[in-house]
Design a protein around this ligand. Structure first.
Ligand SMILES: *Cc1c(COP(=O)(O)O)cnc(C)c1O
Length: 346
């Protein structure tokens, strides 16, 4: 079999959830964001796992993502949809009992037409200028908003604790919502780590659950093992891969492994700093990343391994992200559809 295996450590996910939950007081709920198919790890699997551990609230980006989550968690947990209620969405919200986070007065009117008493939430824009009602859109709806299940907003710079925008957004959020008797949520992973002022009634981490920055103490969750399909000796002076991009200085043992940029392994990592691991022994990635293949210098091994690991506890999603010029979120959500996802505890 030449399919790569993505091992997903479910104990680490729950450990990360619990560690984030412990940042906030007991009366603050900690939800789980499982958008983008659970950050690439399968929203149904992740939400099913967390709901068994009594996580009661989930967030997805678009209504369609709520279907797999509802099927996995049963009828009780709340599932909020960040994009709110878009045209033609009503039936899916009804059928799967999803809760829109209404982002505009237009969405609010649509909600009033399509639903009578069903629960809804509101998303405010407090300075990110991306999604949500601004203060002046919200003000005329303020009385009606008192029956919302939840009011949220999102921080633009929470991964930089010293950034003045955090406190500015916090103040704006308070100014718009103080005095309303509605549960409130401002913090994602970064905001959860900013401290209690940011917690309100609910924190809603995503990336930290999956082992990513800005949650420094996170336990790594994923291990990606890619089968070796061939190994050859390359003589000094010969080149490897497209463009003859890499030239052997000495005779080199090269392994070819079965994954590439079609699996979300960003081509830009072929710049020298990334390794593939045989257990914990690092072997340099050499040459260009192809669509389905990567070449690795395994000269330091005295055997040809069955597989090599691109992601593990030493080379985490954030280490790989750094090499690719991106962020851990993009590494996770790019994890390939061709991988076999295996859920293991411990
Ligand atoms: C993605 C997202 C989250 C989760 O963010 P993380 O940084 O992954 O913790 C929370 N709230 C909103 C509105 C989001 O879009």
């Amino acid at each position: 079999m030449s399919q790569a295996i993505l091992n997903i450590n479910t104990d680490a996910i729950f450990h990360n959830w619990r560690t984030l939950d412990e940042q906030s007081a007991n009366n603050v709920e900690t939800a789980a964001v499982v958008k983008a198919d659970g950050y690439g790890l399968d929203a149904g699997q992740i939400s099913g796992l967390l709901s068994k551990k009594n996580v009661r609230t989930f967030f997805v980006a678009i209504a369609e993502e709520g279907i797999a989550v509802r099927k996995a968690v049963g009828n009780t947990p709340d599932i909020f949809v960040f994009s709110g209620l878009m045209p033609n969405d009503a039936s899916i919200f009804h059928k799967y009992n999803l809760i829109p986070l209404l982002n505009s007065s237009e969405q609010f009117m649509r909600y009033k037409t399509e639903f009578n008493e069903a629960p809804f939430g509101i998303q405010l824009d407090t300075g990110m200028n991306r999604l949500g009602m601004e203060a002046e859109d919200f003000f005329p709806l303020r009385d009606k908003a008192s029956c919302a299940s939840l009011i949220i907003s999102h921080l633009a710079c929470a991964d930089e604790p010293a950034n003045a925008q955090n406190i500015k957004q916090l103040k704006t959020f308070c100014k718009i919502t103080n005095g309303l008797n509605v549960r409130r949520s401002l913090a994602a992973t970064g905001g959860t780590l900013l401290g209690p002022d940011y917690h309100f009634d609910m924190c809603r981490p995503g990336v930290g659950l999956y082992g990513g920055m800005p949650f420094k103490q996170a336990e790594p969750v994923v291990k990606l093992s890619i089968p070796v399909i061939q190994s050859r000796k390359v003589l000094a002076g010969e080149t490897v891969g497209y463009g003859g991009h890499w030239t052997a200085i000495n005779d080199t043992q090269v392994a070819t492994i079965a994954a590439g940029y079609a699996d979300g392994i960003i081509r830009a990592i072929g710049n020298g700093s990334v390794h593939l691991y045989a257990n914990n022994i690092p072997c340099p990635l050499i040459g260009r990343v192809s669509m389905d293949l990567i070449t690795v210098d395994i000269s330091r091994l005295d055997y040809v391994p069955n597989s090599l690991d691109l992601l593990n506890d030493l080379q985490t999603i954030d280490v790989l992200a750094e090499a690719a010029g991106t962020i851990g979120y993009e590494i996770l959500t790019s994890l390939g559809a061709r991988y076999v996802r295996k859920y293991i505890s411990g």
